[in-house]
Design a protein around this ligand. Sequence first.
Ligand SMILES: [Zn+2]
Length: 210
Amino acid sequence: MATAADLDALIACPQCDALHTAVEPAMGERATCNRCGTVLIAPRRGAFLRVIALAVAIVILMLGATFFPFLRVNVAGMKHASSVFDAALAFMDGGIMIGLSVAVAALIVLIPVLRAALVIYVLAPLTLGRPPLPGAVPAFRLSEDLRPWSMAEIFVIGVAVALVKVSDMARVDYGPAFWMFAALVVVSVLKDTMMCKWTIWRALDPTVRS
Ligand SMILES: [Zn+2]
């Protein structure tokens, strides 16, 4: 029978499910999966601080990406600029579309911002060498659970594809918000690769910390 302590020492590869006994590598080293080479644990000095910086960048970029003009459409001399916020509001007036509008706003804007805010909440005290704030464990779990629902990058790809199709009919210019969304995709990927979940869970575990 495996005891709880034995199970705590195990780590499963997120790619191929191979089980390993977790041994914390030295700073800057990486523990990888024996079978497929996926990085399992990668503690890096100052990583928490960098993750926080990237999370703050995500919140700021998202504010700009929501309110700055996203597109300028030019059809036969008629110009129109529109932001993501305008687009979400445009759906608000028609009954059934309100649900769609809320869903779009949540998937594109709110969930990435919420995830960034949760990560800041969880990591900020750890960076300062303080104990985690109350609710840090459920906060980090929620942030990880929301990861598949964070759809800013899918939105950018969708828009880019749609614009290529529309460009036959109208002249479409990308507004500043489009480039902010593009930057957001890069920053989100950086943040998720920089963030070593194992190290964070371990830092949040009171039995290890004391
Ligand atoms: Zn593996």
